[in-house]
Design a protein around this ligand. Structure first.
Ligand SMILES: Nc1ncnc2c1ncn2[C@@H]1O[C@H](COP(=O)(O)OP(=O)(O)OP(=O)(O)O)[C@@H](O)[C@H]1O
Ligand SMILES: [Mg+2]
Length: 278
């Protein structure tokens, strides 16, 4: 669905200062219908990468192909933006209208769609994020989690094939985090939406198909969550905190008790311990 091919990218901090390289030959493929999480320390390049996925940023060398469309080709811009929807951290920065349904209609209106088509898309998008009953509510009075779901609905109304979410739960309370994650998981499972979720929460990564750990603009680890979290040393070196279930398993391992498989969630941990203990 998205191919990143050998890209180079650097930032200039000031106008005439030497640019600081971030990506130096980064390659990555995101499969259609997959659920990928991207983890990594502050400044490892996650947000920059997310902006490469829909052409908001362009590589200096190499190329990014979205369903075969090169992001560097200006003619593809609109189609790429429709194909890959980006959701950001701060829900308040993404809401443009004071009424929920008007906010969700904003994107399709800009596409110039007919009013009945827009209506249908808005209704579908609100249903998909479970916010139908809030259609005529004021956006200002929603909770953080609800606002984030409206931001997601706004993207869905564009009928994207892929959602890229850059720490969408970072500013939310636990309930809001759960609402947003459940929504994204459901979109992936039920509608086959390709999802790329950038997060600082290891627990959010545990249930993905694929987990990528970035460090200093490079891919340090890439695999299933089980594969990635088994790399205890590398993860400890990057200073990322493991899911609590993994931490417990590693503590046991240090004391000579090895669980048959590395648990990633509390439930897996409970099952593993139940099977282990007499
Ligand atoms: N607009 C910019 N100008 C200059 N340097 C930048 C700019 N944006 C990011 N950088 C630098 O590029 C590197 C990667 O930043 P990026 O925001 O992609 O990381 P990140 O993994 O998303 O971090 P975080 O976890 O803090 O969100 C950092 O060293 C950052 O300082
Ligand atoms: Mg970031």
């Amino acid at each position: 669905m998205i191919h990143i091919e050998d890209i180079y990218f650097s930032y200039s901090v000031e106008e005439d200062s030497e640019p600081i390289p971030l990506f130096e030959g980064l390659s990555l493929t995101i499969e259609q219908g997959s659920f990928t999480t991207i983890l990594g320390h502050n400044g490892s390049g996650k947000s920059t990468l997310s902006r490469m996925l829909n052409g908001m940023l362009l590589p200096e060398q190499g190329r990014v192909l979205v369903q075969g469309m090169d992001t560097a080709d200006e003619q593809n811009q609109l189609n790429i933006r429709k194909t890959v929807g980006l959701v950001f951290q701060n829900p308040d920065n993404q809401i443009v209208s004071s009424i929920v349904e008007e906010d969700v209609a904003f994107g399709p209106e800009n596409l110039g769609l007919a009013p009945d088509k827009i209506r249908r898309r808005v209704d579908q998008a609100l249903a998909a994020v479970d916010m139908t009953e809030y259609a005529t509510h004021s956006t200002a009075r929603l909770s953080g989690g609800q606002k984030q779901r409206i931001a997601i609905a706004g993207m869905l109304a564009m009928h994207p094939k892929c959602l890229v979410l850059d720490e969408p739960t970072a500013m939310l309370d636990p309930k809001g985090r759960r609402e947003v994650l459940d929504t994204v998981r459901r979109l992936n499972k039920e509608q086959g939406m390709t999802v790329v979720l950038i997060t600082h929460y290891m627990e959010e990564a545990a249930t993905a198909d694929r987990c990528i750990v970035m460090e200093q603009g490079k891919i340090l680890l890439d695999g299933t969550p089980h594969q990635v979290f088994s790399h205890r040393k590398e993860l400890e070196q990057t200073g990322l905190t493991m899911p609590a279930a993994c931490q417990l398993a590693f503590l046991l391992e240090d004391r000579g008790i090895t669980l048959p498989a590395l648990p990633l969630t509390e439930q897996e941990c409970i099952t593993a311990l139940e099977n282990l203990l007499p």
